[in-house]
Design a protein around this ligand. Structure first.
Ligand code: GRG
Length: 296
């Protein structure tokens, strides 16, 4: 399987689903709607909806209502990037090779576009209830989405990250906490929601959550490595920013070589967990291994 091409194909499928659920750019509030759609449409690997869809398929899910959750998780991911780029946080002007939302629309609209996307994500996920869907499973999926994106998930991780980069400093335990929540939580949500909606058992959902956590940690360590060894033209944002901002990362603690080895090991552990479920899914397996070696 050409995993790179296969991921592109599936990302295109995800794009079609997500774009169809974006809000119309009309009315007095048109500017914020445009900025929201700009943020979502500006590219990205669509990993979270693709992981969700594939986990759903792995457990035999076929219902199109999954689409609303796929779009919702990408909207939440996009909002997190929009807010992360704001001057109050990283102050970045380039993402995915394009101007960041705030640098194109202004800081005020940047804040509102992020807020709008977060809220619209839940408005979109709730549309699943208009379809013929198992309501108990959809409620469970909503709970996962809310908690993994919230203060006990991604926002919590981002908070500790922001504080650590200011004054408090960071030790390895704190860094693990940040990575688990800031990056891992949303990947866990993606895969767990796929599993829950497809009717996986509680124990299967736990295995998926653990595999996703390992994938998330490997993904973030790879991100740290790319900030040292990556190519700006490929990544679409400046490299070397961690060092410029005196940011302590996994590479700081482990060094490049060990970090590379740990990414490999975590990805293999994630794949082993999936294999243990006894459900054939070559794409998911290959994707996790590919992410360990990604160059963007
Ligand atoms: C502002 C609440 C709030 C959270 C921000 C996601 C995040 C938390 C910050 C972005 C910066 C960062 C390095 C996050 C770690 C996760 C990560 C590597 C995000 C980038 O995800 P990709 O590579 O992005 O899937 P694309 O562009 O492909 O969608």
């Amino acid at each position: 399987m050409d995993i790179r091409q296969e991921l592109l194909n599936r990302a295109e499928d995800a794009d079609r689903i997500i774009y169809a659920l974006l809000p119309a750019e009309e009315g007095y509030q048109k500017t914020v709607l445009e900025a929201m759609n700009y943020s979502v449409r500006s590219g990205g690997k669509r990993l979270r909806p693709v992981l969700m869809h594939e986990t759903y398929r792995m457990f035999g899910g076929t219902d199109p209502a999954i689409s609303y959750f796929m779009a919702a998780i990408e909207m939440i991911h996009s909002y997190s990037l929009v807010h992360d780029d704001l001057p109050a946080m990283d102050g970045d002007t380039l993402r995915r090779g394009k101007p960041t939302t705030w640098s194109k629309y202004g800081e005020d609209i940047g804040v509102l576009a992020g807020d709008g996307l977060l809220n619209y994500a839940f408005e979109t996920a709730l549309k699943a209830f208009d379809e013929d869907i198992d309501q108990a499973k959809a409620i469970q999926a909503l709970r996962i989405l809310g908690s993994k994106a919230g203060v006990y998930g991604m926002i919590g991780g981002q908070t500790v990250d922001v504080e650590s980069s200011k004054a408090l400093g960071v030790d390895k335990k704190r860094l693990d906490f940040i990575y688990e929540l800031k990056t891992g939580a949303l990947l866990e949500a993606a895969m767990k929601i796929g599993a829950v909606l497809a009717g996986a058992s509680d124990s299967e959902c736990l295995v998926i959550e653990e595999a996703a956590a390992k994938t998330g940690l490997a993904f973030q360590i790879r991100d740290d490595i790319l900030d040292v060894t990556g190519d700006t033209n490929v990544i679409g944002k400046p490299v070397g920013s961690d060092e410029r901002n005196h940011k302590v990362t996994y590479v700081t603690f482990a060094g490049l070589k060990q970090a590379e080895a740990d990414v490999e090991c975590l990805s293999e552990q994630a794949v082993k967990l999936l294999d243990g479920l006894g459900r054939e899914d070559t794409f998911l397996r290959e994707l996790i291994l590919y992410l360990a070696h990604r160059d963007k």
